[in-house]
Design a protein. Structure first.
Length: 438
């Protein structure tokens, strides 16, 4: 049973992958052009980063990204070659089918020509007509002779038409061969580029390993910095919870006082009559227990919270462009060190605008060492933007989706980067699962 389930899952995955992949040469060409654009953009970022005196994580990630894109280009070309090979196979089958059809048509035409040659004299035709038993039969024989003559003409036309179709298919086959040769040349060039990029990646990796001590110091400093940021996040969330609880208590107290005042102002308190159908205390049904919800949710932010959850997977990125240097969870760095993080680190040019990913309220703007951290609340969820400068929002301010809240600052490598978190009052989330796919 388990084997059947596993096989079904594999078939479904394979079917999905097959559907998701481009199937025509036009689609493949469009995909290849898009990959080329991404490679060009990555190359621009890489050239800008090469101005640094030493190799760094951003350079390694950019080269790794370029190698991956180049590998996808080659995979695209391989699929293009597969499409061409399949087309050539189908065209070859069509040519063989036309060859068999031509052989049959020529044989039938030859037989009819032999028959016509044997009965070529006018005497034979006249004899065939006048040997009819009656006038109607003679007319039928004349009609047969005309039909037979038309049939021979049609045979000749069919042969000519089939030969034209066969020639067209042969031209298509020759054209496909030329296209395939051109794609093979392109493949060889892209393979050479991939080998060169892989060599560059290996070189940068070796240089980064030589910087082992310095990198370890940077990693240690980064971990300390992130610990401070996470402490600031926890404090901000606890403060928000405390404020929400105090507000809820105050509102409940106010509500009870209003009810008490209303009851005391009433001149005729309700008296139960003998015929009152109100159930007694012993028979009154127990209230249904409501599902416990976050203390951070209230009438003001309930809709905002629901909207934030509904936009999971489609939230805009805090940076219009950028390279993910570290992903949420476990990251193996070039030095071999494994680093676990609760955020994603996204690199961009120093001074690039950082934007809020959703509507919300700024709950914290805090300076930690030489950087600024901004925390925005979206109901029970919080987004955190760390390593900013020139922050232009303040605590208590409402912000909108896409609103600029600050600029990208330098990280320990001297390149621009921010750390981006998504969290509720108890858990961190993988931001890349909430942001839209790039």
């Amino acid at each position: 049973m388990k084997k059947r389930i596993l096989l079904s899952c594999l078939l479904l995955i394979g079917a999905f992958y097959a559907v998701a992949q481009p199937k025509t040469r036009e689609e493949l060409e469009k995909q290849r052009q898009q990959l080329k654009k991404e490679i060009e953009e990555t190359e621009k970022q890489l050239n800008a980063n090469r101005q640094q005196t030493k190799e760094n994580l951003l350079q390694y990630q950019l080269i790794s990204k370029k190698v991956n894109l180049q590998d996808r280009v080659i995979d695209n070309i391989n699929r293009d070659l597969s499409v061409l090979s399949n087309n050539m196979f189908q065209i070859s089958k069509d040519v063989k089918r036309y060859d068999r059809l031509l052989d049959t048509l020529k044989q039938e035409y030859a037989k009819s020509m032999v028959y016509a040659y044997k009965n070529r004299s006018n005497y034979d035709f006249l004899n065939f007509i006048f040997s009819a038993s009656n006038f109607n039969d003679a007319l039928k024989r004349m009609s047969y002779l005309r039909s037979y003559r038309n049939y021979r003409q049609m045979q000749g036309q069919n042969i000519a038409r089939t030969q034209a179709l066969r020639k067209k298919k042969i031209d298509e086959l020759n054209g496909a061969r030329v296209q395939k040769n051109e794609v093979l040349v392109t493949q060889n060039k892209e393979m050479a580029t991939l080998a060169q990029e892989q060599k560059e990646k290996d070189r940068v990796l070796a240089e980064l390993k030589k910087q082992g001590n310095q990198l370890n110091k940077q990693i240690t400093a980064k971990q300390k910095q992130m610990k401070k940021v996470e402490t600031a996040i926890a404090e901000a969330i606890n403060r928000a919870i405390k404020e929400a609880r105090e507000k809820a208590i105050a509102e409940e107290k106010k509500r009870k006082e209003a009810e008490k005042k209303k009851q005391s102002n009433s001149n005729t308190p309700p008296v139960a009559s003998k015929t009152d159908n109100t159930p007694s205390k012993s028979t009154k049904p127990k209230p249904v227990a409501e599902k416990k919800q976050s203390i951070l949710l209230n009438d003001e932010n309930m809709a905002l919270n629901a909207s934030f959850e509904q936009n999971r997977g489609t939230l805009p990125w805090p940076l219009d462009r950028g390279v993910v240097l570290m992903h949420y969870g476990s990251n193996t760095l070039p030095s071999g060190t494994v680093m676990n993080v609760s955020s994603i680190t996204v690199s961009a040019d120093v001074g690039t605008s950082v934007k809020s990913v959703f509507d919300g309220k700024v709950t914290e703007v805090r300076s930690i060492e030489d950087m600024t951290v901004v925390i925005i609340q979206h109901g029970k969820y919080f987004t955190v933007y760390s390593n900013l400068k020139n922050v232009n929002v303040q605590k208590g301010q409402s912000v909108k989706t896409g609103q600029v809240i600050g600029k990208v600052a330098e990280n320990f490598d001297g390149v621009g980067a921010i750390d981006f978190y998504i969290q509720n009052e108890s858990s961190y989330y993988d931001p890349e699962r909430w942001l839209r796919r790039r």
